[in-house]
Each structure stands twice: as structure tokens, then as C-alpha cells.
Design a binder for this molecule. Sequence first.
Ligand SMILES: C[S@@+](CC[C@H](N)C(=O)[O-])C[C@H]1O[C@@H](n2cnc3c(N)ncnc32)[C@H](O)[C@@H]1O
Length: 435
Amino acid sequence: MTPSARIAAAIDLVAAVDATPRRPADATANDFFRARRYIGGGDRRAVSERAWGVLRQRLRLAWWLSRVRLPDQARFLVLAHLLLVEGMTLEQVDGFFSGQQFAPPPLAAAERQRIGGLAGQPLVSPEMPEHIRLNLPDWALDSFRGRFGDSLPAEAEAMDVAAPLDLRANLLRTTREQAAAALAAEGIETEPTPYSPWGLRIPDRRPVLASKAFADGLVEIQDEGSQLIALLTGARPGMRVADYCAGAAGKTLAVAATMANKGRIVACDVSAPRLEGAVKRLRRAGVDNAERHLLTPGDRWVKRRAGQFDRVLVDAPCTGTGTWRRNPDARLRTTPRDVAELSAKQHDILDTTASLVAKGGRLVYATCSMLPEENAAQVEGFLSRHPEFELVPFATAWAEATDAPAPEVEGPWMQLSPHRHGTDGFFTAVLQRRA
Ligand SMILES: C[S@@+](CC[C@H](N)C(=O)[O-])C[C@H]1O[C@@H](n2cnc3c(N)ncnc32)[C@H](O)[C@@H]1O
């Protein structure tokens, strides 16, 4: 593709994302490229990178567009990105918007005059309202301020940077060192992650899905923060464990590895397609002590298993605000209504799963959100409704699980953030049923 054609394709991709605003952008992008198989790997990366850049900076780009009285639409967003983020001059932009085959149509005189007002401007202007300067939706500002206080600007900046690719060495098949050597032999360099004893980081995000090490189940793709949730679950060989919101078993796999295939782990979810996605992964990873259970309305599974589990992991459905560096479109899609609905769901799931936990057993509550309403407030509410549970301080749960140095955190739970820990934003609280 010519540079102009790449720009035109990025405009089309942003328009496609905008046409289905409730749909995750990566799902739209998959369909977009599937329908355009003629776009090769390098071009695809370049087009996605630019479109993702637009989504990442959309609040700021839209603010600039409103200043020059242009609509917040794909063509103008990409133009604004070229000028404000990529630092092009107006003359360079004219060259690319040539109207020739596969290039975007030329700028009309009025368009050119308006968009020209952005050339040479900084992306972040002191005149922007605070939430736009920080690149956060206005409704989330107070919650984030409550969570981060003075570090909010640094945290917000870290949320703007694309996440690295983290892997978890699958201890059922290998060690971290052997997995790193196997990947290096295939030309994929990794470095150990700072906190997870199983983690490997690929700083340049080189793809691993096609590698033999991945096909052989030596590694799984998993953010370091997710690995630490599995670690804090503290499952040991021989235990009975429920992964109640298992999805496609990302954490089930990691927890099963800590059990060395001894004992029983049940992966539950309300989504059949997600649980179905677990089958292949469990097989590839060599997990043979796991079963799956699809939760259905009126299901008596929970009642029949009251008090039977040593560990219950609740990786709750949440807003995912901790993954905004990975899914920049999510910060534009999430609304206060989502926060309210998901908080209510988290409350109900916690109350339901409490009954599964055996005396002396643990309920581990986790989210990939950084909003206090989904985290600390949720746990405090639970403890006031369930005096039969007590909080296990993070330092205790960590020291029981590993000799590795613990991440520094505030409060009695594990709160991870992109700026402070280099992970996605995760929350985990360990709650123990009194014996
Ligand atoms: C954060 S995701 C889980 C991710 C997964 N644990 C992993 O590590 O890949 C939350 C999951 O909760 C499931 N879920 C939503 N409502 C639920 C409910 N009422 N009970 C159990 N699971 C639920 C969703 O289908 C989703 O798969």
C-alpha cells in the first residue's frame, strides 16, 4: 500500500468503529481486515496503529476539532492525528490527500483552512478542561482522583501508552528459564517480569501465537497483573477450587499450574462460548484436573456445593478501566450506567459465591478496574454484610504464595496500576471464611 492508501484505510477503519459504537474496536477491526484480505501484514499493522492512535487520543483530537469548527468524524480525526500526533505539516498532508487512486480525497479550501489551524499545535493544550488534558472521560475524573490523588497525571499518562506483551510460563510443562530459552531459539527475546515468578515480557510485542513454544503449551499470553491474581488465590495441590467467572479460563490455567494438576478446579461462567474457548487452552496447557460448569438461571449448582471449596476466585465482570491502555476505545464506550450495573452485578456475585467457601477457605475478589466503587467499596460492603469473612492482608497472602519480592501497594489489598507497576490496573482482595 502507498502511504496515502494506508491513511485512507485508517479513515475507513475509524469510520467502521464509529458505526458500531457499542462493539469493541478490535472485533470491528478483525471484520474490517477479514473483508480486505488484500491488505498484507505490514500494512495492516500500520493501518491499525494509526486508527488505534486516533482512538487513544480521541478526546483531545475531538477538542481540537471543535476549536476549528470541524466535526468529530473519521476523516477529520485522522487529519488531526497526522498534524497533532504525527507532527506532519499541512503541505505533507496535502501530498497524501491527493485524490489519486486509493488516496483520500483532497482537502476542500474551507476544510484546509480550518484543519490548518491545528498545524504546529501541541496535542495537549493548557486551555483544555482537566479531564481532556488527562485524556479521561469527565464522569470518571472524581473516581480516579479518589484512587490516585496527586499521582493522577502520571497514572493517566501511563494509561495512554500501549501495553507490553506479557507471557506466563506454564509450570506444568516447563520453567520460566526453559520457556525463555525456547522462545529465544525462535528469535523471540523476552525478559523476566519484575513481580510474577512465572512472567516473561516481550518489550517489542513480537507476536508469539505462531511460535512452537506457544503451540507446545510452554507459555500463555497473560498480563503480569493477571498472573498475580492467580498467585494470590493461593491454591495448592489437592485443594478444591472454583474459578467462578472463568471466561475462557485465563486464570484457571494459571491457578491449575499452582496445583500441579492435583485436586480439582471447576471453571464456571454464564457464557457458553467463553467456556467453550477454554477447552483447547486447557488441553494445550496440559491441565487435567479441571472441569467446566455453565451457570444457568435457576441453577442449583451453587446450592449443592455450599461450603465445598477451599478457594473461590471471583474475577468479576467489571468496567475494565484498568485495561484502557490495551483497549483505548473502551474509555470512550464506558458510561456511569455501566459502572452502576456492573457494581450491582459484582455485589450479587460476591453474595452468591460466599456460600461456596469452606470454613477457613478463601474468596478471592478481583477486577481489572481502577474505580474504587468496583473495588474497595465492594469489598467493604461485602465484609459488612458477611461478618463470617475477614480480610487477609495483602502482605500475608503474598508471603504465603511466593518468596518473590512483593509489589508496593497501598491498603490491605493488591492494587496495581500501569504507572506504578507496569501492569494493567488490577484489584485483588483476599477474604477468608472464619473457621
Ligand atoms: C473479567 S471476565 C473473566 C476473565 C477470565 N477470568 C480470564 O482470566 O480470562 C468476567 C467473566 O464473568 C462472566 N460473568 C458475567 N456475569 C456472571 C455471573 N453472574 N456469574 C458468573 N460469571 C459471570 C463473564 O461472562 C466473563 O467471562
